[in-house]
Design a binder for this molecule. Structure first.
Ligand code: ADP
Ligand code: DP6
Length: 335
């Protein structure tokens, strides 16, 4: 049996955000969340387990990673080793087709791809749902990247039932224009940011309460294929999440002046009769949810303020899958 596998996972952007953990060890969230998987942004990961390896090693975008990053990967792979009852160490090589740690959800595609590759390499044969519980323990948002389209992460009651559920394949006229305001690594990671908010923001309990309602409402909008309602709920939910941070001690915000320029552009487009709605994550980048058929028009309006290289149009993406031989051949793996 080959102990090697290559897997692609796409990032996802939450329309109803995951913001806050009730259990930091098992990555159990305070609220259920719902996302759209993206076609354009993804991670390709190879993992090989071998008896002859003395320790785990991790290469990201061709560069060998230091102790801190490698330890994170080792801890994650321990979950799979435990399941398989093996002590074999691994080499992980990963390529991000998404900026790392810039609020474009590299950790979501990263841990979904690694979970998928480890599952295959060790022959664990986990189904997507239990596999999503493994991905979750690398990074919460990775839970949702196992599936394509619209995906709910059900907060569950314990580690085994806090998993992703596919909601709709999103194969209707829907897309996203990403305004990559700033692709630098952020100062406050989502992990630290959500922890500070849970612990100190008086707005936090209100967030949890309203997220419960938002998730029900957005699922109804998806079932009815009501794009306007979907967009309104998405925009309102994202704003509420960012509001909790202003109430934290010390307060913080991921917004930059250009984030507001992008938001205002979307609002102006809306007034002109083009439905489009914004959402932001733990970074200054703005994601504009729109009809795919109108994405080009929206991009043209954004081009008045942003350069071409900062604007990415994407349609909904698919769930994780093995790389084909041709896709594998594109990279210089270390094997
Ligand atoms: P983002 O907004 O990109 O998700 P986070 O701070 O939440 O930012 O996550 C970034 C972290 O995810 C990185 O610091 C790294 O530890 C991890 N990561 C990113 N890409 C990969 C990858 N391809 N393989 C493994 N881990 C990765
Ligand atoms: C704002 O999944 O990156 O993007 O579980 O600590 O790794 P950890 O956090 P992460 O947080 C994502 C937060 C968010 C909202 C979302 O994707 O739901």
């Amino acid at each position: 049996m080959s102990n090697q596998a290559y897997v692609r996972a796409h990032t996802n952007i939450a329309l109803i955000k995951y913001w806050g953990k009730r259990d930091e060890i098992d990555f159990l969230p305070m609220n259920s969340s719902l996302s759209m998987t993206l076609d354009k942004l993804y991670t390709d990961t190879m993992v090989v387990f071998d008896d002859s390896f003395a320790q785990d090693s991790f290469y990201l975008n061709g560069e060998k990673q230091g102790e801190k990053e490698t330890k994170k990967i080792s801890k994650f792979l321990d979950l799979f080793r435990e399941e398989k009852k093996t002590a074999m160490r691994a080499r992980v090589e990963s390529i991000n087709h998404v900026p790392t740690a810039a609020g474009l959800a590299s950790s979501a595609s990263a841990f979904a791809a690694l979970a998928g590759a480890a599952n295959l390499a060790l022959g664990l044969d986990l189904d997507p749902q239990p596999l999503s519980t493994f991905a979750r323990r690398g990074s919460g948002s990775a839970t949702r990247s196992i599936y394509g389209g619209f995906v709910e992460w059900d907060m569950g009651t314990c580690s085994d039932d806090s998993f992703a559920v596919p909601v709709d394949d999103a194969s209707w006229d829907i897309g996203m224009v990403i305004v990559a305001v700033n692709q630098k690594a952020k100062e406050v990671s989502s992990r630290i940011g959500m922890k500070r908010t849970v612990e100190t923001s008086p707005f936090y309990p209100a967030w949890v309460e309203s997220a419960k309602k938002d998730i029900q409402d957005i699922k109804a909008a998806i079932a009815a294929k009501d794009f306007i309602r979907l967009g309104e709920i998405t925009e309102a939910n994202g704003m509420k999440m960012h509001g909790t941070m202003l109430g934290a001690e010390p307060p913080f915000s991921y917004w930059e002046p250009d984030s507001i320029v992008a938001i205002k552009t979307a609002q102006t487009l809306r007034k002109q009769g083009i439905p489009c709605y914004v959402t932001m994550d733990a970074g200054p980048n703005v994601k504009v949810l729109c009809r795919l058929s109108q994405a080009e028009t929206i991009k043209q309006a954004l081009l008045e303020h942003f350069t071409e290289d900062k604007l990415i149009i994407t349609k909904p993406g698919k769930g994780i899958r093995e790389l084909t031989a041709a896709e594998r051949a594109v990279y210089n793996w270390n094997d």
